[in-house]
Design a protein around this ligand. Structure first.
Ligand SMILES: Cc1ncc(COP(=O)(O)O)c(C=O)c1O
Length: 400
């Protein structure tokens, strides 16, 4: 008999973290590795937020907090949702957790019974599949293709929904694709959801503030489905605060209470100092935070640079992502090609080849449910992006 329980044995290791580990190991051996596998902004947290954390410590905000977060923080989140998303919530509909990942896990564990189906557009963010599995749910993938800008169509959603469907888990702007659903595209999906009132929606909006074309629209803004939508968001990406571990849900009261109950038995209220710092982050209009405007400007420049460099590499087919900091090109033209020593069969092997030969770390699409693609993160300097593209281009010339 195994020591470890099946639910853990059945979990996969996060491939994004695995790639970062391998690239670190290579760097430790003295190689100059360009790591484009990273899922976090390479910018520092704005100073006024750090200052609030220092003050919190001085004021002894070092004790347990309410399980669902400080009332002042939930109030700031309610104001944020009104200001940025035109959404009305009350403070008891907000649950603050240890990062958006934790919020997602709370929501899925609170809603999904063993055997329930969860519709997930693929490519999807790595942890969705594993969180659904932990809850005993059955992921039902809907293929979003490069041709359709990695977004699903209403008829695909209609086809995927059955009487066993409990949830749709959707993410815009998306990881790994950077794709952003327009209000119109969302409206098409909402028309389908209206016909199926037993289906709940988890809308992961963690990249809300990193959007280049148009504006962010939340699924909860459609009043027809708001009472079955769980908005997941946080400070990690938009405020360059990944290490602070603050995420939240905004949800119908019953779901918020369930998440609160679950969290009360596992983590309790999250870190007190990070919560105090997040209050000042949410209180400000993000458009007025200079550091965030600069970060977004830099991401846009890098996106355009990376896209123009990828265009010069034969066999890299990419769309133009509207947000986040990823590009997800199709590299399947290289499958079946060889450098004389090994033949590349899939994205994973191509990533290993590029790590070994070009010392550039990418994440294989298999991790996100699309084995034809690889994920580039451009959360690094333009110089490094340029060097990485040159090295990749040279390495790929060896394959024929
Ligand atoms: C789509 C998506 N959702 C959620 C998260 C998790 O965010 P957090 O760091 O706040 O847990 C990530 C982080 O990579 C993400 O890419």
């Amino acid at each position: 008999m195994d020591i470890i329980a099946d639910r853990i044995l059945n979990l996969s290791e996060s491939e994004t973290l695995a790639m970062s580990r391998m690239s670190r190991e290579l760097a430790d051996k003295g190689h100059d590795v360009i790591n484009l596998s990273i899922g976090e902004p390479d910018f520092d947290t704005p100073e006024f937020i750090k200052e609030a954390a220092r003050e919190a410590m001085d004021q002894n905000y070092t004790h347990y907090t309410p399980v669902n977060g400080f009332a002042e923080l939930r109030k700031a989140i309610v104001q944020k949702l009104k200001r940025d998303n035109q959404l009305d919530y009350t403070e008891n509909q907000i649950v603050v957790s240890t990062g958006a990942k934790h919020s997602l896990a709370n929501a899925v564990l609170s809603l999904v019974n063993p055997g329930d189906e969860v519709v997930v557009p693929a490519p999807y963010w790595v942890s969705y599949r594993e969180i659904i599995k932990l809850a005993g749910g059955k992921p039902v993938y809907v293929e979003a293709t490069l041709e359709n800008d990695f977004k699903i169509k209403p008829e695909q959603l209609e086809e995927a929904i059955t009487s066993n469907t409990k949830l749709l888990m959707i993410n815009s702007p998306g990881n790994p694709t950077g794709s952003v659903y327009t209000k119109n595209e969302m409206s098409g999906l909402v028309e389908v959801l209206k016909k199926h009132p037993h289906v709940y929606i988890v809308s992961d909006e963690i990249y809300e503030h990193i959007i280049f074309d148009g504006t962010h629209y939340s699924f909860a803004e459609f009043s027809e489905i708001k009472d079955r939508t769980v908005v997941v968001n946080g400070v990690s990406k938009g405020f360059a605060m990944t290490g602070w571990r603050i995420g939240f849900i905004a949800a119908p009261g019953e779901i918020a209470s369930a998440c609160n109950k679950l969290q009360g038995q596992i983590t309790s209220g999250t870190n007190s100092i990070a919560q105090r710092a997040s209050i000042v982050a949410f209180e400000k209009d993000p458009g007025e935070i200079v550091e965030l405007r600069e970060m977004k400007k830099a991401f846009l420049q890098r996106r355009d640079l990376l896209l123009s460099l990828l265009k010069e590499i034969p066999g890299m087919k990419a769309n133009t992502p509207g947000g986040a900091f990823y590009v997800f090109p199709d590299v399947s033209d290289y499958f079946g090609k060889s450098d004389g020593k090994r033949t590349i069969q899939n994205a994973k092997e191509l990533c290993m080849f590029l790590l070994d030969t070009a010392h550039v770390a990418l994440v294989p699409g298999e991790a996100f449910g699309d084995p034809d693609c690889v994920r580039f993160s451009y959360a690094t300097s333009t110089d490094r992006i340029q060097q990485a593209a040159e090295r990749i281009k040279e390495a790929l010339k060896k394959l024929s």
